[in-house]
Design a protein around this ligand. Sequence first.
Ligand code: PMV
Length: 338
Amino acid sequence: MKTLSRAEVVAQVLEGVPRGEARPSAEAFAPANIALCKYWGKRDEQLNLPITSSLSIALGRLGTRTELSVVEGPDRFMLNGEPVADGQPFAVKASAFLDLFRPRSGLGFDVRTVNTVPTAAGFASSASGFAALVMAMDRLFGWGLDGARLSILARLGSGSAARSVFQGFVEWHAGSRADGMDSFAAALPNRWPDIRVGLVRVHTGAKPIGSREAMRRTVATSTLYRMWPDRAAADLETLRAAIACRAFKVLGETAEGNALAMHATMIDTRPAVLYWLPGSIAAMQRVWALRSEGRPVYFTMDAGPNLKLLFLRDASEAVAGHFPDIEIVQPMDATTTA
Ligand code: PMV
């Protein structure tokens, strides 16, 4: 089967969907998500099809709210209340994505986006951003797509956006089809109200290399990456079971080990990709010190130097005592933090 373009996939997803007049405007919110079993490596770069399945936890009320309307002329963007100038990477990437959905040429979108993920904290908002955009578009055009189809469309913007269409624990099934119609996320039925995620800021400057290029380089040159598909499959299964029976130690150990294994494949690339800074390692050591004192606290890290801590509600105070600038998120509550 030949590789499809993003436009062909959009046409396939929207086949048979009523395409009436757009409403005047529509709004949607999508949560950010943190992977416990990471997505690292694409089998199709155009369609953001992953080599392995992944599993994440959504960040509740932290994410992106987007309001959308159709306008005459070019696209207009407001990000956190400020206009985004033409040519800015945000505008270029978003317009290229919106090209896939324009009712006719000459029409643009007015996009007003607010990130409730603390932007100063250096945590990526592209996953919740693309998910919120697709969900707002679904309402604007009245498509009424199900979660799987929204997830496929969000994936075309950014891989991890496939998971941001849902709250709670979310599994993104890698799928095997060349057109990616079986590569979408679904929410797990399990809830775990006591789970907490702590956002630890180490550095907020620009990354040395984006995740797309880093993944490409890892898949192409890392010998260690050959172990990744089996490792990810085993970790995913362990995590699913840990979530089902609320085995926190197993969840924490597996998520931390999975993140470190992903970073090991990056370090093994030529030239090496290393997102860690001295502050990242200091924070890891603080987590390990807390654990040696009997506190079940674990970390995970993505394509950047910041840490995300995993712990249970009763450890919140102790964790905050050791990480004074931490932002503690209550993932299973979409309205409050604690
Ligand atoms: O969706 P992207 O292209 O930004 O890639 C995200 C990759 C990681 O954040 C490192 C892992 C993940 O599963 O979210």
